[in-house]
Design a protein around this ligand. Structure first.
Ligand code: APR
Ligand code: PHB
Length: 395
């Protein structure tokens, strides 16, 4: 099979890239290890920055998102039993949209298939070859047949556990581990608040989020090596009640049957360069942030925006400058989001190995954000997403 861009991985990064290339008349094939139901049902984060939502609209996949997504004009920080609202709209003029990542994935798959795209699910033994030449290829097994995809370029959008990152010679990794994970639940229960609640409690962090008017999504900080089996539904609810409680008892958590339950590890990880010859990395394949701040999918989408534009410049004007600058340009936003996610994480979590000093610094930072318009604005502009066209040259 011959194509222009071979894309490994059908997560938000790979699928959106395929869609953006298609809109510019550039053909691609997406090769995915899992089956379609698996990628469509995988529960992940669900906050879209204003620019991410706009990118999806421009890509022609915004209709259901705009109909079903929940606009959020602010969020709540809760600590010492008190609530503090950060008003995104007032502070930055921007909002976020709460819409599950797997819904974005479903919309993208539907749009690609409607346009007759070549998406190969359940591909096994995926390998990438000859990236240092002008004819890289991807080989894989599909329906028991060996296939070879001859490409101009290959994009590794194959997530953190993918194969592409390891093909980059001279890879440099900057990494930070955390001593905790998130235990996440999806519950058939109307959200207990209109907005997300990021809560620091002496027993650990808790997050109240949602997917719709009838589905809540909640998380609890647990030790990194925690076993899911040790958390009965009753224990999870009891812990959420304890951590999210306010001193004035104004908050009531609504319970409901659990639809999903899992533990997500936390790490910060940035690998560069994001290019080796004709192989480019995008999304989780190149970088991971802890979920506090919900930057993962937003960063993946920002990467492929850059790549789509760079490929378009290559095919229309034979320009290679945008492709050559890809790592440098992408890294600006990646490091901003990496810092923001680390900052939110360390401010809101309790480090079991930490000291009284660490606790007091985190609480002081929270007090500062809650009390200072300057700090609140900083949180709000990072959370709603730094613009694509700004003095920052995020391009
Ligand atoms: N061959 C083919 N496909 C692969 C391979 C492989 N060897 N390895 C992994 N994949 C697939 C995975 O099955 C997955 O569907 O690549 C896809 C990568 O998708 P994501 O993990 O969703 O990564 P990305 O598209 O970069 O999106 C980033 O995902 O992890 C979340 O929070 C993160 O929201 C962020 C988003
Ligand atoms: C989610 O709803 O899954 C979610 C929301 C905000 C976060 C992380 C996850 O920071």
């Amino acid at each position: 099979v011959r194509t222009r861009v071979g894309i490994v991985g059908a997560g938000p990064a790979g699928l959106l890239l395929s869609q953006l290339l298609h809109l510019q008349g550039i053909e691609s094939v997406v090769v995915e290890r899992r089956d379609r139901p698996y990628v469509e049902q995988r529960v992940r984060a669900g906050v879209l920055e204003a620019g991410t939502a706009q990118t999806l609209r421009e890509a022609g996949v915004g209709a259901r998102m705009d109909a079903e997504g929940l606009p959020h004009e602010g969020t709540e920080l809760r600590f010492n039993g008190q609530s503090h609202r950060i008003d995104f709209q007032e502070l930055t003029g921007r909002s976020v949209l709460v819409y599950g990542q797997q819904e974005v994935v479903k919309d993208l798959i539907a749009a690609r298939l409607a346009d007759g795209a070549d998406l190969r699910f359940e591909a096994s033994d995926v390998e990438v070859h000859d990236i240092e030449t002008a004819r890289p290829s991807v080989t894989f097994m599909h329906d028991d047949n060996p296939l070879r995809l001859d490409c101009d370029f290959v994009v590794g959008a194959d997530g953190f556990h993918g194969i592409c990152r390891n093909l980059v010679s001279g890879l440099r990794v900057a990494e930070r581990k955390y001593s905790y994970s998130w235990l996440g639940i999806l519950a058939e229960a109307p959200p207990s608040s209109d907005e997300l609640i990021y809560c620091r409690h002496p027993r650990g962090f808790a997050l109240h989020s949602m997917r719709s008017k009838t589905i809540s999504r909640m998380y609890l900080q647990v030790p990194a090596d925690e076993r899911l089996d040790d958390w009965s539904d009753e224990r999870i609810w009891a812990e959420l009640h304890t951590r999210l409680a306010t001193d004035d008892d104004s908050f009531t958590l609504t319970e409901g049957p659990l639809l999903d339950k899992g533990i997500t590890p936390m790490r910060s990880f940035v690998s560069t360069p994001m290019q080796a010859g004709r192989l480019f990395l995008a999304g989780d394949a190149a970088h991971i942030v802890p979920p506090t701040g919900a930057k993962g999918m937003n960063l993946a989408i920002a990467d492929v925006r850059l790549l789509a534009r760079a490929f378009a410049a290559f095919y229309t004007d034979k320009r290679t400058d945008l492709l050559d600058e890809y790592t440098t340009t992408a890294a600006l936003r990646i490091w901003r989001a990496t810092h923001f996610s680390w900052w939110m994480t360390t401010m809101l979590h309790v480090d079991a190995a930490g000291t009284e000093f660490d606790d007091q610094l985190a609480l002081s930072q929270l007090e500062y954000v809650a009390g200072s318009r300057a700090m609140a604005t900083s949180l709000a502009e990072n959370y709603t997403g730094l613009p694509y066209q700004a003095g920052w040259s995020y391009k």
